[in-house]
Write a protein that binds this ligand. Structure first.
Ligand code: DC
Length: 222
């Protein structure tokens, strides 16, 4: 049976960690929609375009070709940008890019197409509310700002990305604000999504909860 699982929530709530693990366990395709907004941001920066200039960024849509490979590699026009899209330059500009309606529409079209064939776990901000409103399972995954900033800081350290905890804390707060107040398709819990606060849970505990929700749904629709 083909199903779609939507995991939405604020920056650094651990959505991709959980989605990747559950996808691997169940043989679902994992789709990281944040990586697509990051890839677009990377391209604007690469072209020297100001990310706060909506018109200039939107004008680049026809020349941007983003691909997500099954091994987690992100390509932009054939170039592997998996590492630079996690850097601070992209992270601090991506919310501007993600607030532009035309860019969202172009990327959402791609996301829906990717979900047509196989069972998917897609993570982002508007998957349950806008991209896949009919997803069989919807989860809204959150954690406190402190927890999220700490997790992202440790993750960056492991990856050798230089930053301070204070920088990350401020960036997470700023992105929460931009993502949840933008006019088009803001970060919001879908009415039928399960609210899951992971502040005091381990990765394995969250994986078990999400798997339990999926199992229950599969049982219902069998
Ligand atoms: O999940 P992430 O941190 O990689 O996402 C990067 C940015 O992209 C984030 O600031 C919000 C935006 N985003 C979005 O607006 N809609 C999505 N479906 C996914 C991400």
């Amino acid at each position: 049976m083909k199903i779609a699982v939507a995991i939405d929530g604020p920056a650094a709530a651990g959505k991709s960690t959980i989605a990747k693990k559950v996808a691997l366990m169940r043989g679902f395709t994992y789709i990281d929609t944040g990586a697509m907004y990051r890839a677009f941001t990377w391209y604007c920066l690469e072209k020297g375009v100001d990310c706060q200039d909506e018109k200039a960024c939107v004008s680049l849509i026809p020349e941007v070709n983003i691909e997500l490979k099954p091994n987690g590699i992100v390509l932009c026009n054939g170039v592997d940008i998996s590492k630079p899209i996690r850097g601070t330059d992209v992270s601090s500009n991506v919310s501007y890019i993600a607030s532009y309606k035309d860019i969202r529409l172009a990327l959402v079209k791609l996301q829906r197409k990717m979900a047509e064939k196989d069972s998917v776990i897609m993570d982002g901000r508007d998957i349950g509310t806008y991209v896949l409103p009919n997803a069989e399972v919807k989860i809204f995954q959150v954690a406190s700002v402190e927890t999220r900033a700490k997790r992202r800081y440790l993750e960056n350290q492991e990856k050798g990305i230089s930053c301070t905890y204070e920088q990350i804390f401020e960036d997470v707060q700023r992105r929460d604000h931009i993502d949840s107040t933008r006019a088009f398709s803001p970060l919001k819990k879908a009415e039928d999504a399960v609210y899951l606060d992971t502040s005091d849970l381990s990765i394995d505990e969250v994986v078990a909860i999400v798997n339990g929700i999926i199992d229950k749904k599969l049982e219902e629709i069998k």
